[in-house]
Design a protein around this ligand. Structure first.
Ligand code: ATP
Length: 254
């Protein structure tokens, strides 16, 4: 059976094989290979300049790899961008809401682009705002919302199209810690109920280990330094996360 998380061949949802990107003499991504399996949440963790945005740009079809291959649900994001519409959704660090549209109308946007009829998209958008805890704020404009609320609208907009793949590009980085922790928890719960596959790009070690099933640590330029299966770690032991954080941040600086 083909579900929203699988592709025709039933293989992994995201696959990079020796993906290499250089801008003149600057290597941004160094023959990077990794896979994300259906239903998995994978974090790509790297410090500033590690090539995270470049990876994201390749996944959304905004940039072609200099060499190697990039596939999302078996498709080439550059050549097959049209076929990927509605299958992939992105939430960014800044919520990117249209200031002249209400929260409700902002969430409707993705559905509008996909041609969903007016009544249906109004219902779906309202339902999603309810699910992210903003059922009371449908008619508010972005400037009437807090940063956390704006990011919730952005998440609702991303998820409302029922995408198989969700990309988070530092989506919680600009929020205060308490709001960020709350949103990360909500995101994990939504990923579990909606069963989408997620790739989370972040520089935050806490965020990566909190959200993801698997954490891929990048060096600079982007290459895999280590991969952690987060289920194998028990951070209830005092100091255990601090020890891991030290190891991981050294790798990220390498
Ligand atoms: N269009 C470009 N032209 C030239 N160099 C670029 C271009 N885009 C990115 N780079 C370089 O590629 C490297 C990786 O950049 P990238 O923006 O992908 O890193 P990043 O991990 O997203 O960083 P940050 O966390 O600071 O956003 C950097 O050395 C950057 O200067």
């Amino acid at each position: 059976m083909i579900t929203k998380n699988s592709n025709a061949s039933g293989d992994c949802v995201i696959e990079l094989k020796d993906a290499h990107v250089s801008f003149g003499d600057v290597v941004a991504v160094d023959k990077l290979s990794f896979q994300v399996n259906p239903g998995e949440r994978v974090a790509i963790l790297g410090q500033t300049g590690a090539g995270k945005s470049t990876i994201m740009n390749m996944l959304v079809g905004a940039l072609a790899a200099t060499s190697g291959t990039v596939r999302v649900v078996g498709l080439d994001p550059v050549a097959d961008w049209h076929a990927l519409r509605g299958k992939i959704a992105v939430a960014f660090q800044d919520a990117r809401l249209l200031p002249w549209r209400t929260a409700h109308a902002n969430v409707e946007m993705g559905l509008q682009f996909l041609g969903v009829d007016r009544r249906k998209r109004r219902d779906i958008a309202a339902e999603w705002l309810e699910r992210v805890g903003l059922g009371h704020a449908l008619t508010r404009y972005p400037h009437q919302l807090s940063g956390g609320m704006r990011q919730r609208v952005s998440l609702a907009r991303a998820l409302s199209v029922d995408p198989g793949v969700v990309l988070l590009d530092e989506a919680f980085s600009a929020l205060d810690e308490a709001t960020s922790v709350q949103l990360r928890g909500d995101f994990v719960r939504l990923a579990q109920t909606e069963k989408f596959t997620a790739l989370i790009v972040t520089h935050s070690i806490e965020e990566a280990f909190e959200i993801a099933d698997r954490v891929i640590v990048l060096g600079r330029p982007a290459k895999v330094m280590a991969t952690y299966d987060t289920a194998e770690y028990d951070f209830s032991e005092p100091g255990s996360f601090e020890t891991l954080r030290k190891t991981v941040s050294e790798m990220m600086r390498a």
